[in-house]
Design a protein around this ligand. Structure first.
Ligand code: FUB
Length: 517
């Protein structure tokens, strides 16, 4: 990424206003993510168009690599006059909760949105932690106001949040992820929520005061969080992170990985109808998107874990075109095709697992993801979807997992990285298997010969060398730990080694079974 300018436009502090103090710089992105070099992670994008500029409000992830937590001290701003130019202005340190809202704690600058009001001013809806609250969950939504999207920002409701577990009526949800629509008739609607709870409410025309009533929004199948409201051609659209998971789900195979789903309504507070999937799961577990029309094209902005050093808590904003299918009614959002900046050529490796498709004996419980087996990633502190596993409370005694290649491969080694949260011998939780072996298909399942031994230590690669075999299908067969009940088996990564390194083939498409399973 080439940096062109590094200026420090220190914004003058107005009385009672927050000043954005960090240097902004111009960045030419190579593609997605926009900021990809790992210096700044950008998250929870919320687009805003004003005049000839597309702004994206983002959060900032600052978690250390193995920390599974949202460490988010501030919001940042990206802006461009032309997404195709890939030229962006980036302002870190744009807003910090404690600088704008006297009643808010520092940190947890979660997903917010800036909306232009009927008075031409800009309203920033910000989920923050309320300092002096005895609510069970202290997340609350405040509103700040500014004359320009770039600020300076000032609390528009200094007495405190407009929405919390106590305001405007008591609720018991986590009050985050606000999204706001200024409708064509001047009425204003706010939606928010997470963990499957979506609320909607009318605001007064001042963009600030709750008018009520606070309503549960139903009908958006699999709603998890991150609502984004928009209106096009008289139809209301809601994009949202959905996690209706299962092997046959159009949204996601793994409950931790959301898709971007969408639904429509003909009036702002519903009834809403689920319509489909607008973006398949991305590389981060959370999926958070916004969509906007800018200079005649629609764009979806979303985040991924694709930047250097990225992860589920080190996310980065991407932008891609979003297209409509106007041949149907209501017009449909065509699934967005995510793009990435050109990646370095892959290095030669003995590991050919990436070109195989994986299947297993068990219906994979939705907390796991079989795609994790050959994604080339191991973590010291993995989340469940970063492994394949069998734990479902009634764990199988002898499960297996299998790689299938489209054409026969010759292999003579394997490396496996077990996950365990229980010690060897345990019959509960996920424990190292009591034993395991490799079998290959040669008209029947046969054990590989001349093995160097099958280690079971979790948290490090266990390597097995064996006499070369040529096959299209290779299995790991496990004897689960315990003597009934049995512990689950968990594998973060399973590599299969060819005798000599070669440039890896493309990711495997589903290959046919070798025999009867
Ligand atoms: O970034 C913190 C939270 O993660 C957001 O509020 C959610 O939408 C998810 O993206």
């Amino acid at each position: 990424m080439k940096r062109l300018v590094a200026l420090a436009p220190l914004l003058a502090a107005l009385p009672g206003a927050a000043c954005a103090q960090t240097a902004s710089e111009t960045v030419i992105a190579k593609g997605n993510p926009i900021l990809a070099d790992g210096r700044f992670y950008t998250t929870d994008p919320a687009p805003l168009v004003d005049g000839d500029t597309l702004y994206i409000l983002t959060g900032r992830d600052m978690a250390e690599p193995e920390v599974n937590d949202f460490i988010m001290p501030e919001w940042q701003l990206l802006s461009t006059r032309d997404p195709a130019s890939r030229k962006w202005r980036h302002t870190p340190g744009f807003i910090r909760p404690e600088n704008v809202f006297a009643w808010a704690e520092p940190a947890r600058a979660y997903a917010g949105q800036i909306v232009k009001g009927p008075d031409g001013r800009f309203y920033f809806y910000a989920p923050v932690l309320e300092k002096n609250s005895d609510a069970k969950d202290r997340f609350a939504i405040g509103v700040a106001v500014a004359d320009r999207p770039t600020g300076p920002w000032k609390d528009a409701h200094p007495s405190g949040p407009i929405i919390s577990q106590k305001l405007p009526v008591a609720n018991n949800i986590q009050n985050i992820d606000p999204t706001v629509l200024l409708d064509d008739d001047g009425r204003v609607y706010i939606y928010w929520g997470t963990f499957g709870q979506l609320r909607g409410m009318e605001l007064e025309r001042d963009m600030i005061t709750p008018k009520g009533p606070e309503k549960r929004i139903e009908g958006l199948t699999g709603f998890f969080e991150a609502p984004w409201i928009l209106k096009r051609k008289l139809v209301y659209y809601m994009l949202y992170a959905g996690n209706k998971a299962g092997p046959d789900s159009a949204c996601t195979p793994a409950v931790y990985h959301a898709c971007q789903a969408w639904g429509t309504a003909t009036s702002p507070l519903g009834p809403w109808t689920y319509r489909g999937v607008a973006l398949r799961p991305v590389s981060s577990t959370t999926s958070h998107a916004g969509a906007v029309e800018f200079k005649g094209k629609w764009y979806m902005v979303y985040h991924t874990a694709d930047a250097v050093g990225g992860g589920h808590f080190r996310r980065s904003v991407a932008i891609d075109e979003m297209q409509w299918d106007d041949s149907v009614s209501p017009a449909a959002i065509r699934p967005v095709v995510p793009t990435r900046a050109p990646q370095p050529a892959p290095k030669p490796t003995r590991n050919i697992a990436g070109s195989a498709s994986a299947v297993s004996s068990n219906v994979v419980p939705v907390q796991y993801w079989i795609a994790a087996l050959n994604d080339g990633k191991v973590r010291a502190n993995p989340l469940p979807p970063e492994m394949w596993g069998t734990w479902n409370g009634n764990n199988p005694k002898q499960p297996w997992v299998e790689y299938r290649w489209a054409k026969p491969v010759t292999v003579d080694g394997s490396r496996v990285y077990f996950f365990a949260d229980q010690p060897a011998g345990s019959g509960i939780g996920v424990a190292p298997p009591a034993a395991w072996r490799l079998e290959y298909w040669d008209g029947a399942w046969k054990p590989v010969a001349g093995t160097s031994g099958y280690g079971t230590t979790p948290g490090a690669f266990e390597e097995v060398r064996f006499a070369p075999v040529t096959t299209r299908c290779l299995r790991m067969v496990f004897d689960a730990s315990g003597s009934g009940p049995y512990a689950g088996v968990g594998v973060q990564e399973w590599e299969v080694l060819a005798p000599r390194p070669r440039v890896p083939a493309a990711a495997g498409v589903a290959a046919p079974a070798c025999g009867k399973n």
